[in-house]
Design a protein around this ligand. Sequence first.
Ligand code: ATP
Ligand code: MG
Length: 376
Amino acid sequence: ISIQVMKIYAKEISKMSKIILTGDRPTGRLHVGHYVGSLKERVKLQNSGEYDEIYIMIADAQALTDNAEHPEKVRQNIMNVALDYLACGIDPEKCHIFIQSMVPELTELTFYYMNLVTVSRVQRNPTVKSEIQMRNFEASIPVGFFTYPISQAADITAFKANVVPVGEDQLPMLEQTKEIVRKFNSVYGDTLVEPEILLPENQACLRLPGTDGKAKMSKSLGNCIYLSEEPDEIQKKVFSMFTDPTHIKVSDPGKLEGNTVFTYLDAFSRPEHFERYLPDYANLDELKAHYQRGGLGDVKVKKFLNNVLQEELEPIRSRRAEFAKDIPEIYNILKKGSDAAREVAAQTLSEVKSAMKINYFEDMDLIKAQSEKYAK
Ligand code: ATP
Ligand code: MG
C-alpha cells in the first residue's frame, strides 16, 4: 500500500505546476551583475523544460517610483532591457516577456495588499533602507517607492509563481511577499501561493560588487560593466578596477577579501579559460595562492579577467545587434507577452476579489440575501 500511496503522491507533486516570475527595472542597460545574479539562471531554468510557465517582467511602474521625473528614461530603457534579455538567450517562445504597467491588475492587487502590511514593517526592510540611503531621499521618500515591496508581492502572486530566481538583494522582498500571502490566506481563505526565492549557487554571484569595489553593481551607482559594453570599454573598466590597495609592489603579498578582480574571477572564470589565456596556472585556486604569496602583479590578473569577460560578452553583444535590426518585432513580443500576462493576472485578481467579498455583481447569493433582507 505504502508504495502505491507514494506513487500517488509523486504523481500529485509532478502535477503541481511550476511557475516562475522574475524581472528587472528599466532604468538602464543590464549589466554583468544581472547576468550572474539572475539572467544566466533564468536561461538555464527556461531550457531545463521543468517549468510550466515563465513570466519575465520589465518593471516600468516600479522604475517610476524613483524616476517619476524621468519618464523618458524609463520608456527608452524598456527596449534596452528587452534586447538584453533576448541577447542572453531568453526565448519568447518559452517565456512571457511583459511590461508591468500593461497589466493594470497588478496595481489593483497592490492596493488591497497594502492593508495587510504595516508602515513599520516596510521601514524595517533592509533593502528598502539601503536604497533610501543610496538615493539620498532622506525625508522626501515618495510613497510609491516606499511601498514597492508590496507591489512586488502583487507581481509574484498574480501569476501564482512558486519560484523566483533573483539576486540576494531581493531576499527581504520575498520574505515580505510570503508574509502577505500568509496573512491574506488566513484572513480571506486559501487563495495565494507562497513563493520560494532561487539564489545563484556561486557565492560571488549573489551580489556582484561594482567595478569601484562598492557592495553592489547597480545601474543607479554607475559602477557597471554592461552586457552590451564595447570591447575597449570592457578593457578600460577592468584595468581601472578596485583591487587590494596595500598590494603596491609585485612582490608584496596580496589580499583576496574585498578584491573585486578576484570576486569577478570567482563569478566568471572556468578551467578552460586558464588553458586558453593563462596556462601557467591550472585553476583559480593556484592563481589565488600565488597572489597571496606575493610575486603576482595586478596587471597580469586584470589581463586574464579581461580575456574572460571579452569571451563571455562577445556572443551576447553580437546577438543583441542582430535582434536590434527588427525593433517592431520586439514590440510585438512584448505585446504578446503582456496580453498573456494580463489574462492570468485578471484571473487571480478575480479570485482575490471574491475571497475579499468585493465581487458584488458576480455573487448571486449576495443579491438573493440582500433581496430577502429588504423584502421584510
Ligand atoms: P537599480 O539601480 O535601478 O535598482 P539594479 O542594478 O539594482 O538597478 P534591478 O533591476 O533592481 O537592478 O535588479 C534586477 C535583478 O538583478 C534582481 O533580481 C537583482 O537581485 C539582480 N541584481 C541586480 N544587481 C545585481 C548584482 N550586482 N549582483 C547580483 N544580482 C544583481
Ligand atoms: Mg535594484
